[in-house]
Design a protein around this ligand. Structure first.
Ligand SMILES: Nc1ncnc2c1ncn2[C@@H]1O[C@H](COP(=O)(O)OP(=O)(O)OP(=O)(O)O)[C@@H](O)[C@H]1O
Length: 329
């Protein structure tokens, strides 16, 4: 079911939480609302859910004006960070709950619960209590519960927020695969750019109550609309008058005319990449260059090595406050 948000504004007293928000989310799409804390992501999600009302503007779900509909009439399922599962009910009973209050036939409930537990890989824990599950398993339970009533829209507010990095990564992959299987229109809130880039079909970048950019992960990364989006979606370092991504800097160990000469002051290996800090002559701020390990090893880079830096041709850069593409000289 598609979601259409038109001209939504929301204030809390004098504070503008959302200003003129217009977004169109096609059926079956997995969308991330991404932005810094306090930017208005959760407020927008709550307005879509019907848990909050906009001061002006409209929300359409599946072509119907839902602006004044209560949450239970919107056919949306939601999962919030501090998920509420019933502590005294088993995993299976938690998933069955929404179906039982809708008075679905017993056999249907049983089949549906089995199918959902299989989907979220919790079948072997059906008879456990939520307190006997790990944090990641509880999140998957919360998702199974939300999916049980077959919502046309699934809304997730920082669904993996409270979990450690490894579990978050597993759940991300799992959410992506689940979405490929079930294809329910999904909107999730995150302040983690990596999570958004990895999972979403489309990202809506929200900052200070306004939309900065809407696009696919590639579009936002390769063609950021402005300095804010570029900085928020990845690291940015300064080389001369340009600011660009650390992996978009070419590094040589032999002098090249017209490039920036400097000395390596730090080299840090992080997984498959090497993060190199270079003190460039005539520039106060150090430059960060990211290379693959193979590359760094081939160049025999170490602290004290003399290097020459230049922006890679075709790289996205910020020059005099404008987003530009680095041209060949
Ligand atoms: N009920 C409320 N009353 C007053 N101010 C509110 C209320 N709810 C939210 N706000 C304010 O509106 C702004 C946007 O909040 P919101 O929760 O939408 O941000 P967010 O982008 O989701 O941030 P976070 O990632 O920290 O959850 C914040 O500055 C917040 O303090």
């Amino acid at each position: 079911m598609n979601i259409q948000i038109n001209g939504v504004n929301k204030r809390y007293g004098d504070f503008v939480a959302l200003e003129d928000i217009n977004v169109s989310l096609p059926t079956g799409q997995l969308t991330a609302l991404l932005g810094p804390s306090g930017g208005g992501k959760s407020t927008l999600l709550r307005i879509i859910a019907g848990l909050e009302t906009a001061d002006s503007g409209t929300v359409e779900i599946a072509g119907t004006d839902a602006t004044r509909l209560p949450p239970q009439k919107r056919n949306v399922g939601f999962v919030f960070q501090h998920y509420a599962v019933f502590k005294h009910l088993t995993v299976a009973k938690n998933v069955a709950f929404g179906l039982e209050i809708r008075k679905r036939p017993k056999a249907e409930v049983k089949a549906k619960v089995a199918e959902l537990l299989d989907l979220v890989h919790l079948s072997q824990f059906a008879h456990r209590l939520p307190s006997q599950l790990s944090g990641g398993q509880r999140q998957r339970l919360a998702l199974a519960r939300a999916l049980a009533v077959e919502p046309s829209v699934l809304l997730l507010d920082e669904p993996f927020g409270a979990l450690d990095a490894k579990v978050r990564k597993e759940l991300r992959d799992w959410l992506r695969r689940l979405h490929e299987d079930v294809h329910v229109t999904t909107v999730f809130v995150t302040h983690d750019q990596e999570e958004a880039l990895e999972v979403a079909d489309e990202i809506v970048v929200i900052n200070e109550g306004r939309i900065e950019q809407i696009g696919t992960p590639d579009q936002l990364y390769d063609e950021p609309a402005n300095e804010f989006v570029m900085g928020f979606l990845g690291e940015v370092t300064r080389l001369g008058a340009q600011r660009l991504r650390p992996h978009d800097i070419e590094l040589t160990v032999t002098p090249v005319p017209g490039t920036y000469a400097g000395t390596i002051v730090r080299a840090l290996r992080v997984g498959f990449e090497v993060r190199i800090t270079v003190q460039v002559e005539g520039q106060d701020e150090d430059v960060l260059v990211v290379l693959s390990r193979t590359n760094a090893r081939a160049l025999a880079l170490d602290v004290g090595t003399r290097v020459w830096l230049s922006p890679a041709v075709g790289a996205t850069a910020i020059s005099a406050g404008e987003i530009v593409e680095v041209a060949a000289v």
